[in-house]
Write a protein that binds this ligand. Structure first.
Ligand SMILES: Nc1ncnc2c1ncn2[C@@H]1O[C@H](COP(=O)(O)OP(=O)(O)OP(=O)(O)O)[C@@H](O)[C@H]1O
Ligand SMILES: [Mg+2]
Length: 419
């Protein structure tokens, strides 16, 4: 079959003996013709790069996860002698960060070599404060001195809508089951693994054209412990240890290692970071605010993941928390809400409800969740900020009865946590 020509060549380049490597990485095609599905798009990408001249629009590959967008960019570059400079939207999310990276990527010395700029996952962090970055990107896409490929998942996202005016949109579709099965059988053969026809059919059907899912699920069927090996490379930290170490870490990269080595549930991680920040008395207000913003971004990301089922975005969660927590130098703190405070919150008055509803709307979470989890820390933070509760209520058009109720609530919170 034509699409597998050159297959054995690149397979010989991967590390066969290495256990614990995910098949989806191990079998990432190195050439466009080794891939399955999207034949027209692959041919188009190849021709575009082959004939690339300054002034041509960049490509915007849009399609669901695991269908080969990133792989296509790397494969085309590799085949035509380009080296890839990858900027990930999740790392370069602000205008400042992007412009710094752009300047260095596009600097004259780099232009002497053949570079392909890959801007991966441009819609990866919808809902985060990355609009400055998006606008910067849109402005600078025209007349780039190097070929650029952008990748995104969601054709309806604001990012794609905005960027598609400045780029040539290429739809990448899911891989047909027949081809996914063929590819999987080839991988199984290379691995020397046998799976029943029934299991193969099940894997392919449930992956629904996502090749990463096909390979990862198939690998999880293999009782060799490869997945365990993969994940046991890192020691496991408890939530408290991971957050303590992350706060002590000098860089976000170091903090990330600790958070990644903790397999607490994602909600627990976010709540743990949040509780740690709001419980620390030593933090400067500006530092606390920056850290809380980071954690709020992580909480929004979880909401987005849950509502869109894009679980692959989870990989950004630890990074966002690491950005927020590194260098804070504060100790881990668990739930700052004593049970008595919670009971009072559940029996909340009309005034407190008004306060919670307002903040829940502003922070985009349900008022029930706000009341249960965030009321006390929020009150504490507001009361310690400049102007205190009084100013805050005035600014938010909350009247005297609400202020009185909040002050009573705050008093009992302070009394019950002994601060
Ligand atoms: N068309 C394909 N043919 C063969 N293998 C594929 C194909 N698409 C994806 N894969 C496999 O799935 C893995 C993930 O692919 P890739 O990273 O290119 O997906 P993506 O479309 O960029 O996904 P995401 O939107 O999540 O970034 C590859 O390493 C490869 O093993
Ligand atoms: Mg990708």
């Amino acid at each position: 079959m034509a699409c597998f020509s050159g297959y054995s060549d690149s397979f010989s380049r991967v590390c066969w003996g290495e256990m614990g490597v995910m098949w989806s990485e191990k079998y990432r095609p190195k050439r466009l013709e080794e891939m399955v599905g999207n034949e027209d798009a692959r041919a188009m990408i190849f021709d575009w790069l082959l004939n690339w001249k300054r002034g041509m629009k960049p490509l915007l590959l849009v399609g669901p996860p695991g269908v080969g967008k990133t792989t296509m960019a790397y494969a085309a570059a590799g085949q035509l002698g380009y080296s890839v400079v990858e900027l990930n939207a999740s790392d370069q999310r602000t205008k400042g960060e992007l412009s710094k990276s752009f300047t260095s990527v596009l600097s004259t010395s780099l232009l002497e070599e053949n570079r392909l700029l890959l801007l991966d996952e441009v819609d990866g962090l919808y809902g985060r404060a990355d609009f400055g970055g998006l606008e910067y990107l849109a402005e600078h896409l025209e007349d780039l001195p190097v070929p650029a490929i952008l990748c995104a998942n969601d054709p309806e996202s604001d990012q794609v809508k905005k960027l598609s005016k400045r780029a040539r949109l290429v739809r990448i579709k899911t891989v047909p089951s027949r081809l996914a099965e063929l590819y999987l059988r080839l991988v199984l053969e290379k691995e020397g693994v046998t799976l029943s026809d029934e299991n193969i059919a099940r894997i392919v059907t449930s992956a629904a054209g996502d090749m990463r899912a096909v390979l990862n699920t198939a690998q999880s069927f293999v009782p060799t412990g490869t997945l365990t090996t993969l994940y046991s490379k890192n020691p496991n930290y408890s939530l408290a240890e991971a957050i303590n170490e992350a706060c002590r870490a000098g860089t976000a990269e170091d903090a990330l290692r600790y958070l990644q080595a903790c397999d607490a549930d994602q909600d627990e991680k976010v709540m743990g970071c949040y509780n740690t920040i709001v419980s620390a008395s030593s933090l400067q207000p500006a530092v606390r605010l920056r850290a809380l913003r980071g954690v709020a971004g992580a909480a929004l990301l979880i909401r987005r993941i849950k509502s869109t089922q894009q679980w692959r975005l989870l990989r950004y969660l630890d990074r966002m928390l690491a950005d927020a927590m590194h260098g804070l130098g504060i100790p881990y703190a668990g739930d700052p809400l004593p049970f008595t405070a919670k009971v009072r919150i559940w029996n909340d008055s009309k005034s407190i409800k008004a306060f919670c509803n307002q903040l829940a709307r502003e922070t985009n979470i349900s008022s029930r969740e706000f009341t249960a989890k965030h009321l006390s820390p929020t009150l504490l933070i507001i009361s310690r900020s400049e102007g205190g509760l009084e100013t805050w209520c005035a600014l938010h058009n909350l009247d005297q009865p609400v202020l009185n109720a909040l002050q009573r609530e705050l008093k009992s919170i302070i009394a019950s946590i002994g601060k």
